[in-house]
Design a protein around this ligand. Sequence first.
Ligand code: BTN
Length: 271
Amino acid sequence: MARVTLGGGLRPPSDGRHPTSSGSSLPPPGSRSARAEPALGAPIIRLGAVDSTQTHAATRAANGAADGTAVVAETQTAGKGRRGRVWHDIPGASLLMSLVVRSSLPVAQLPLLSIAAGVAVAEALSAIGVREPRLKWPNDVLVDGRKIAGVLLERHGDAVILGIGVNLDARAIPAELRAQATCVAEAGGGPDRDALLAGVLDAFARWRGRLEGEGFEPVRERWTSLADTLGKRVSVDGIVGIAEALDVDGALLVATERGPSRVLAGDVVAG
Ligand code: BTN
């Protein structure tokens, strides 16, 4: 059986690409229409129900979608989480988006885009009033230790599809996950989904630009300043110790009883 992961926020729109905070709500669930908005940069494609925005964005990418194309849906019937999990949602209760990224980074560094995305989501949530979003390695966003947003990076050909899911209100959280998850409404954030979308797009464009232009160090420093994981005793796929740092390649450095260990992938739990 598939494990269920959690379905899951600012600035006002700053350019013609971003959705307006007053108007463009998503179409109703089940709507089959997709509309591409005129954009300063790449389009925002708004869908009603879709299997997964990841799959939809990957198809668009294969058909030549421009770098930065954003696919946003009201609900997903087969939402994908990290490590093969299912991403649960209730129509309208989450921000569900996937970005087509055609990066100039070397292939080996593409996973760093997901770290940059985590930073961007945390900053965007903060900008709409969410209290102290923090990052759990590699890219979960937490508030008070409970997950509010997740990031999924997939490679399709020469494109990266970066998926972001944010819990907007409590309906997005299945009953059995209430203790582990929170949402924008509970964490002090404003209800405007389009403002959050605009904030995520702005912040990701900024951090991605720095990553590609200056290298990982600025992203690593910002991630570290927002980290929930560091300094804690953790267990990650059998490695137990104190999480000490985000390494220069995005690995988690853990101080174990047998010495330092580098974790490249996995789920962090309290150790
Ligand atoms: C995680 O497991 O934390 C990552 C979750 C990513 C979910 C988002 S929702 C929008 C996009 N479409 C998907 O199917 N998954 C991502």
